[in-house]
Design a protein around this ligand. Structure first.
Ligand code: NDP
Length: 297
């Protein structure tokens, strides 16, 4: 049958980064991004490194603070407070998860809202929830997903306004802010979660289906309305076939959507990898640029 349009998150990322770099070059002071990593979680190390690389590529000042796993909450808060008053720094990102014993919400609430480029501070959450999207710093993953939705809707000739949007997942990082963004674009929004009754039937109502669950390939082809726009936020590592040169079993990344099945039904879909993932970093740079511009006003 007819195959879904594959939405290219890598190409969209490159576009956003090029625009951010061009705009940053016009500023008197370069945007400054500080990334704070506590402990040695390997996945977090990879994320932090790629954030620093992207910041440098955009012409930003990029500062990384590596703290030992023994860091206390008070020490971490003191570092955030010093970054809050550092005029060279416009964006502060504390990489999650934090080690046990540190209350992440206490730390995130210490970040000055105007430097909160992850968009997790209650002030930014509140601005987004009240529809003040032009003043809020919006969480990077749903903001990136929203750009891909806009691009794909345009390519398919569809309106977001009035569309049925179903988001599977209600986390503060992805599901809830995604719902706010779609609501702000006048979609009719349903947020599903682990207690939702008959999830396949709810999903099948969606013109725009966003999966942010963290369960490999949970969403099957027959959960998808024919022609729907499907955004797969999930990043799940599962066993692959065969072994790596070092003898370790191979692994591979899959999304929350069964991609091969979905390709037969959907109108457009973001692949994993190469879909929403690359957009997260691009939107982090875009948020840092915005924070720097607002600071210069
Ligand atoms: P969370 O674990 O915080 O939230 C998962 C949500 O899915 C919860 O609301 C949960 O419901 C719901 N859920 C879990 N199981 C089911 C089920 N069987 N049926 C229906 N709903 C279910 O995850 P995140 O939102 O942080 O992340 C979601 C996915 O997105 C993950 O794969 C993560 O790796 C990926 N991710 C990707 C990013 C990127 O692209 N850069 C960034 C952030 C996340 P309940 O609330 O009832 O428990």
């Amino acid at each position: 049958g007819k195959k879904a349009l594959l939405i290219d998150g890598k190409a969209a990322q490159a576009e956003v980064l090029a625009r951010v770099a061009a705009e940053a070059a016009l500023l008197k002071q370069k945007p400054g991004l500080a990334v704070v990593l506590v402990g040695e979680d390997p996945a977090s190390q990879v994320y932090v490194k790629s954030k620093g690389k992207a910041a440098s590529a955009c012409g930003f000042l990029s500062v990384q603070h590596d703290l030992p796993v023994t860091t206390t909450q008070a020490e971490l808060i003191a570092l955030v407070q010093s970054l809050n008053v550092d005029p060279a720094i416009h964006g502060i990102l504390v990489q999650l998860p934090l080690p046990k014993g540190i209350d992440a919400s206490k730390v995130l609430e210490t970040i000055a809202p105007e430097k909160d480029v992850d968009g997790f501070h209650p002030v930014n959450v509140g601005l987004l929830a009240t529809g003040l999207t032009d003043r809020a710093l919006v969480p990077c993953t749903p903001a990136g997903a929203m750009l891909l939705i806009e691009e794909a809707a345009k390519a398919l000739g569809r309106d977001i306004s009035g569309a049925e949007a179903v988001i599977v997942g209600r986390s503060n990082i992805v599901g809830k802010p995604m719902a706010q963004l779609l609501l702000a674009r006048n979609a009719t929004v349903t947020v599903a979660h682990s207690r939702t009754r008959d999830l396949p039937a709810v999903a099948r109502r969606a013109d725009i289906l966003v999966a942010a669950v963290g369960r490999p390939e949970m969403i099957r082809g027959d959960w998808i309305k024919p022609g729907a726009l499907v955004i797969d936020v999930g990043i799940n590592r599962i066993p692959g076939e065969g072994f790596r040169p070092d003898g370790q079993p191979k692994t591979r990344l899959v999304g929350d959507v069964a991609l091969q099945e979905a390709l037969e039904v959907a109108g457009a879909i973001t692949p994993v990898p190469g879909g929403v993932g690359p957009m997260t970093i691009a939107l982090l740079m875009s948020n840092t640029l915005r924070a720097a511009k607002l600071a210069a006003l």
